[in-house]
Design a protein around this ligand. Sequence first.
Ligand code: SF4
Length: 208
Amino acid sequence: MNEQSKKWRRIYIELTDRCNMRCSFCPRSKAEGTGDDMPLPRFKALIDDIAANIPYSIVYLHYLGEPLLYSRLPEALAYCAERGLRAGLTTNGLLLQQCSAALAASTLDQINVSYQDGTETFMNERLPEVSAGAYLRSVSAGISEVREKGFKGTVKLKLMTTGPASYFSGSKYSNIETPEAFSLAVRGVFEFDGEVHDGRSGQAGCRG
Ligand code: SF4
């Protein structure tokens, strides 16, 4: 298979490198960001190029930043729909309620919510002004609201844990209380795909 005929499994477009959390495991904490959003014309040009020239499975609208902070999100999502793009994004979920109308109106194939170990210790580290309970309620309400407003795609919950007895140490879910909390809070509203990332593995939590 030559380069021309290769189908890209995932293409990532970073709408913004800003984020409203400060996770210590995130590569953002090691890198100098610009703090800028991608200009909308540049985003549209990229989408045009992909739609016309690049075989792909899905385009993700995030990389290291939080995509729901993107200042032109409604227009960007509308343009993806206009060009028939198969797209998704991964978010930390804090702004789901605020962005629910734009997300519900979109044709996104999937929204991944990277719910990152909502313990008080961890929340204090990355967002001291929001308690673990408030984060859980915000994500839960946000997912419900996106659904209630008519989002037709898949909503996936991805759980990131940094606890000592996590997936990668061989005792899957043993230290995680949040899946139970979530299944009670938003049962039937989202799909929990059972995927658990360990923060110590060096993966960014907000990757799809
Ligand atoms: S892991 Fe995600 S939520 Fe945390 S700082 Fe990085 S981009 Fe933001």
